[in-house]
Design a protein around this ligand. Structure first.
Ligand SMILES: Cc1cc2nc3c(=O)[nH]c(=O)nc-3n(C[C@H](O)[C@H](O)[C@H](O)COP(=O)(O)O)c2cc1C
Length: 353
């Protein structure tokens, strides 16, 4: 718990330097930047405010964005209040320290007393480091001129994903088995690929192809080939992606592997290498795809239970694409989760050399 608290403080510190530098670049004085960090003390809202000011927007518009983003802290308060049970001055202090990080550390502890301590430890650690870093960034930004020239604006991009982001992708994310009626737009589906396409593959081969099944007719054709246990949920999901491997991915190498012009022909003459590289990297990309779906706030239901030859004949009749995974996408419906199954313990997985 102590380590978690300190590490979230240090991670936020990196953002604090950025905030200080960007705040002064968007016209605030160092004192104003520090006052925002001490009083407002919620990173997302502070960045929103200076973003609006920096783009020439009014203080009122900036404050409105900040309030909207800060509203989530009210929800955190509802979550941590029963744990903390504080009154008077301590309640005011607790309110000021109720942020993503303190809530995450508090609620991650099994024992309530440790959770309470975690709340204060993470809150104070972030508060101290965030404010010190803001001062540093404001002074450095002012002294050095344009933050971009020193990479201070990029520091936010390099900092770790905050606990809420990690929970969205990993700890809280579940595999959905039912879906409610909320639609998923084509733009959201394109947005998923816009994220997933940047993830790495061997020699930049990118063998994965995605077929989004959207129409009623497409759905019926797909359902014929799904395993019986997967039919109901696949019929329910607002969008379904069929992930497939392009068996001739190497034909794209001249455009995506420009630094190695001969590579296409090397692959073309080596079917075993094509098979291994394609299968391995399409599987990697399928994993990236699932996490991109989670990153845009949607739930996934990946399924290997289907007749792959049947789907290939149905949707990829020229034989070039080979289906590997079908993924239901949408908003979870009632009783969407099976019981959470245990994961292997660290010691069963990790070794050190
Ligand atoms: C490659 C792959 C294939 C899967 N195939 C099926 C399937 O055919 N049917 C099904 O109901 N669940 C399937 N699942 C779902 C897994 O059982 C589920 O993701 C896993 O148990 C973790 O569940 P959780 O995210 O709720 O903890 C599959 C998952 C993956 C990643």
């Amino acid at each position: 718990m102590w380590r978690q608290s300190l590490s979230v403080g240090v991670a936020s510190g990196a953002y604090g330097v950025s905030f200080g530098a960007l705040a002064t670049a968007s016209g605030l004085s160092a004192a104003q930047a520090c006052a925002l960090s001490a009083l407002m003390f919620t990173g997302g809202s502070q960045f929103a405010l200076i973003g609006v000011l920096g783009a020439g927007g009014s203080g009122l518009a900036g404050a409105a964005s900040a309030v909207l983003l800060g509203a989530r802290n009210g929800l955190y308060a509802v979550q941590v209040a029963p744990l903390l049970r504080v009154r008077g001055l301590r309640r005011v202090l607790a309110a000021q320290l109720t942020i993503d990080e303190s809530t995450a550390v508090a609620t991650a502890q099994r024992v309530p007393a440790v959770g309470r301590l975690g709340f204060w430890a993470a809150g104070v650690s972030v508060f101290v480091l965030w404010n010190a870093a803001t001062l540093l960034g404001a002074l450095a930004g002012g002294a050095l001129g344009v933050p971009g020239a020193w990479g201070l604006d990029a520091a936010a991009g390099l900092a770790a994903l905050d606990p809420a982001g990690r929970a969205l992708l990993f700890g809280d994310a579940r595999t959905a088995n039912t879906f409610d009626g909320t639609a998923v737009s084509d733009e959201q589906l394109q947005g998923i690929w816009e994220l997933a396409r940047w993830a790495p593959t061997a020699a930049n081969t990118q063998p994965l192809r995605v077929l989004y099944v959207r129409t009623g007719e497409g759905r019926e054709r797909l359902l014929r080939h799904m395993a019986d246990g997967n039919k109901v949920k696949t019929g329910m999901a607002p969008a379904v992606a069929v992930l497939a491997r392009d068996t001739r991915f190497y034909d794209h190498l001249p455009t995506v592997m420009t630094i190695r012009p001969g590579m296409r022909d090397q692959f073309a003459g080596d079917p075993q290498r094509v098979d291994m590289t394609g299968t391995y990297n399409a599987a990697l990309q399928a994993g990236y795809f699932l996490f991109a779906v989670r990153a845009v706030g949607l739930a996934t239901g990946p399924m290997g239970g289907f007749d792959a030859e049947g789907i290939d004949r149905e949707f990829f009749p020229d034989g070039r694409f080979a289906s590997t995974l079908v993924v239901n996408i949408g908003h979870p419906g009632p009783d969407a989760w099976f019981p959470r199954l245990p994961r292997l313990a660290h010691q069963d997985v990790l070794s050190w050399a």
